[in-house]
Design a binder for this molecule. Structure first.
Ligand code: CP
Ligand code: NVA
Length: 306
């Protein structure tokens, strides 16, 4: 059987996600009752970080520990990658020694080259193009709060970045629509987003229009990791794409607000919104732990009959 990887959201089917969400509910419930569940005893997860992280690092390390395994954390500067060792060699070697690898890196092609040479499952912990673990947690969080996403509307305000592209992939898998509003020059590129057709997306020049009738309003930093040289220019160009109370008022009264974090209050979102009653960012961050435990269990052990 070929090794299953999670490199972008569309690597998995709707049935895979339904299974993962069922396992997530079960695993989270056990965790909340302080019950030990250790299907990954003696298993090892290598984590390769070429960019900074708080949530991804802690959720994967805590998650594998709680499942009975251990994590090895490899920051770029600590490994021979920083001295030019080919990613293919790193993949061949690491994957002989561990049971799974999580990578946060720059271009998607890096993780694809790693996976092509890995004997064990590889998980995308964020690339310039995608952030599938984040949207796994976000969709799960929406379902926990409001039920199925089928037919719902997500308003994406701001940069057409890795998180935006992953929402677009999620839209066709889960059957919802995404209203996107970006500043001119920062529009979605369907190829880069990894979506063939844009059946599930509508673009709006005005962010307030994108939010009208939305069930979920979300945004992200104006400048993603790796693009820091563009920060000053982006701050100028994104000024009107700050999620504010007027945008939330245009959305449905029971709309939720999400942000993958870290946030810059007063830049991409007003403090009153992210710290307000419609914000579910705390649950969103916590659920990274639970969905990724289900993901690790699935990739390492295969489906468990419940
Ligand atoms: N949302 C997210 O991935 O956070 P970190 O960059 O802290 O891992
Ligand atoms: N788009 C952001 C997400 C951080 C979790 C970045 O890539 O830096």
């Amino acid at each position: 059987m070929p090794t299953k990887h999670f490199l972008q959201l569309k690597d998995f089917s709707r049935a895979d996600f339904e299974y993962l969400f069922e396992r997530t509910r079960w695993i989270k419930d056990r965790f909340k009752r302080y019950e030990i569940y250790q299907p990954l005893r003696d298993r090892t997860l290598a984590m390769v970080f070429e960019k900074a992280s708080t949530r991804t690092r802690v959720s994967f390390e805590a998650g594998i520990n709680q499942l009975g395994g251990i994590a090895i954390n490899l920051n770029r500067g600590d490994t021979q990658l920083s001295r030019g060792e080919p990613i293919e060699d790193v993949a061949r070697v690491i994957s002989r020694m561990v049971d799974g690898v999580m990578i946060r890196t720059f271009e998607q092609v890096i993780i694809e080259r790693f996976a092509a040479n890995s004997r064990v499952p590889v998980i995308n912990g964020l690339t310039n193009e995608y952030h599938p673990c984040q949207i796994l947690a976000d969709v799960y969080t929406y379902i926990e709060h409001r039920g199925s996403m089928e037919g719902k509307t997500v308003a994406w305000i701001g940069d057409s970045n890795n998180v935006c592209s992953t929402w677009l992939q999620a839209a066709s898998i889960f059957g919802f629509n995404v209203h996107v509003s970006t500043p001119p020059g920062y529009e979605v590129d369907p190829n880069r987003a990894g979506v063939g057709e844009l059946n599930h997306m509508r673009s709006f020049p005005d962010p307030v229009d994108a939010c009208r009738g939305a069930d979920l309003v979300t945004t992200d930093v104006w400048t993603s990791m790796g693009f820091e040289t563009e920060s000053a220019e982006r701050r100028r160009n994104f000024e009107h794409w700050r999620v504010d109370r007027a945008m939330m008022a245009a959305a449905k009264p029971d709309a939720v607000f999400m942000h993958c974090l870290p946030v810059h209050r007063g830049e991409e979102v007003e403090a009153e919104v992210i710290d307000g009653p419609q914000s579910v960012v705390g649950d969103e961050a916590e659920n990274r732990l639970h969905v990724q435990k289900a993901l690790l269990e699935y990739l390492v052990c295969g489906p468990i009959s419940q």
